[in-house]
Structure formats: C-alpha cells, structure tokens
Design a protein around this ligand. Sequence first.
Ligand SMILES: [Zn+2]
Length: 46
Amino acid sequence: MVEYKCLKCKKVIKLEDLGNRVRCPYCSYKILVKLRPKVVKVVRAR
Ligand SMILES: [Zn+2]
C-alpha cells in the first residue's frame, strides 16, 4: 500500500484516496511526500 504524507497538515493519505490528482484532500496542499512502505514482520508466539 502506497501512502503519502501532506507536508502542510501532516496527514497521511492513501494513494487510493488521492484519485488521479496529487493534492491533499484535507487542506488542498499540493506537496505530498511518499512514505516508504513499512515492512511488517509477523511474529507468531508459540
Ligand atoms: Zn494537507
């Protein structure tokens, strides 16, 4: 899952929520930073 962070309001927006315009849906700011996908390790307790 690709996520972006708005540099102005610091909210995280998913790529699917952006649609085809790269603009923050919360504050309409145009500069978004692509976040690195987190590597989630699943550790199973035995
Ligand atoms: Zn914003």
